[in-house]
Design a protein around this ligand. Structure first.
Ligand SMILES: [Ca+2]
Ligand SMILES: [Ca+2]
Ligand SMILES: [Ca+2]
Ligand SMILES: [Ca+2]
Length: 395
């Protein structure tokens, strides 16, 4: 095996002079954070070592090469490819210059709606549960391993964690918020950043849009033009302040809310008593299943012959989120990152996450339960660059 590695390495080196070293599979458990000399910091020494390795005047251990394997970037997130070459050194250079940051943030702020408030997470209709929230939650005794708790576990001394007494500072989510409210929440974060030890907002989690796609009818969903305008207005607030411009901006895509209906459609309480009061009629009206078959119901991406009007309407909601709203969230953010306005902004797609009954609370039958927040936290986390080396992230 080792011999094959060497031969492939030589062949690649001959074909692509920029390629330095093909990494053994054993090195793939590394952090891939650019810390080539593994001294806990990413700085000019790591850049120098990487350059020297490419020039052949320094040989790196497999573990060091794996640490330096931070390229290519996909949507601004390292996708280590088992090869250490010029692309990796260029990414490390941008990290050293402060234009790219994959480290654990010094703090985390939250922008969102009722999900960001943990509304009804324990099944009590209308009650906020900030301690449960997937991003800034702080209840150490629940099943949610929030981003806040993960950062504190990884880097307790450097990370200014959220807790009950700091939650007003960090969690700016407002129940009922739509994308048009992004800018106001972002302004609140810019104003609050100075009250942290770093004096800046080091990470901002953004999870909005759910109330834009939930509407009385398909036609009443937020006009995509206005949705994009509200999104840009919020991003502009973050980009225009030195307190937030280089923050790691984590924008979540809108989840596939279709599965909420599927999860609770047979629960009498939900169908008869809860859903008539949930402002998401385009998804939840006439909740009985009129899809052509259970195969159809399980496949919201496809309209089957014989699907009834309610089934088709729910699949339309699903398709519009997939094809219109999430691409706006993704593409606009990529634009802000690539132009350097928000160099550490990254979009996280969670559309293939499926919510089952236990992930939806049994009170309003709509918001994530505590278990749902645990699923959100895990799904979001395992799609970020921080997942590297986390054995719980198998995808
Ligand atoms: Ca280093
Ligand atoms: Ca690489
Ligand atoms: Ca927790
Ligand atoms: Ca701490």
């Amino acid at each position: 095996m080792a011999k094959t590695h060497v031969r492939i390495g030589i062949l690649l080196k001959w074909l692509f002079p920029g390629i330095c070293c093909l990494l053994p599979a054993a090195a793939l458990g590394a952090d891939h954070d650019g810390d080539v000399n593994i001294d806990g910091d990413v700085n000019v020494v790591d850049l120098l070592w990487g350059q020297q390795a490419l020039q052949g005047v320094r040989s790196l251990l497999p573990a060091q090469e794996a640490q330096g394997d931070v390229a290519p970037l996909v949507s601004g997130v390292p996708q280590p490819n088992g090869v250490f070459n010029l692309g990796d050194v260029l990414v490390i250079q941008r990290m050293v210059l402060g234009a790219l940051n994959f480290s654990v943030p010094g703090n985390q702020f939250n922008i969102g709606d009722s999900i960001g408030e943990g509304e009804a997470a324990d099944g009590t209709i209308g009650e906020p549960h900030h301690e449960t929230v997937w991003s800034t939650g702080y209840n150490g005794g629940d099943s949610v391993n929030s981003f806040n708790e993960r950062f504190e576990t990884i880097a307790a001394a450097d990370y200014f964690e959220n807790n009950a007494s700091r939650d007003l500072l960090f969690n700016h989510a407002v129940s009922g918020a739509e994308m048009v409210d992004f800018a106001a929440q972002a302004q609140g974060i810019v104003a609050a950043a100075g009250q942290t030890p770093s004096g800046t907002a080091d990470m901002v989690a953004v999870f909005l849009g759910n109330n834009d796609v939930c509407a009385p009818s398909l036609a009443a969903m937020t006009d995509p033009v206005l949705f994009e305008a509200g999104y840009r207005a919020g991003l502009d607030v973050l980009a225009s302040s030195s307190a937030s411009r280089t923050a790691q901006i984590h924008v979540s895509g809108i989840p596939a809310i279709y599965w909420l209906w599927n999860a609770k459609r047979n629960v009498f309480w939900c169908r008869v008593f809860a859903w008539p009061f949930v402002p998401c009629e385009n998804l939840l009206d006439n909740p009985s299943d009129d899809c052509a078959s259970s195969a159809s119901r399980q496949d919201p991406d496809t309209v089957y012959p014989g699907d009834g009007s309610n089934c088709q309407r729910r699949k339309q909601v699903h398709a519009i989120i997939r094809d219109t709203y999430n691409p706006i969230l993704r593409d606009v953010l990529n634009e802000y990152r690539e132009s350097g306005q928000l160099p550490n902004a990254r979009y996280t797609d969670i559309y293939n996450v499926r919510f089952d009954s236990q992930h939806v609370n049994g009170g309003d039958c709509f918001h994530p339960s505590t278990t749902g927040h645990a699923l959100l936290a895990q799904s979001e986390w395992c799609r970020t660059h921080w997942r590297n080396g986390d054995p719980a992230c198998t995808n």
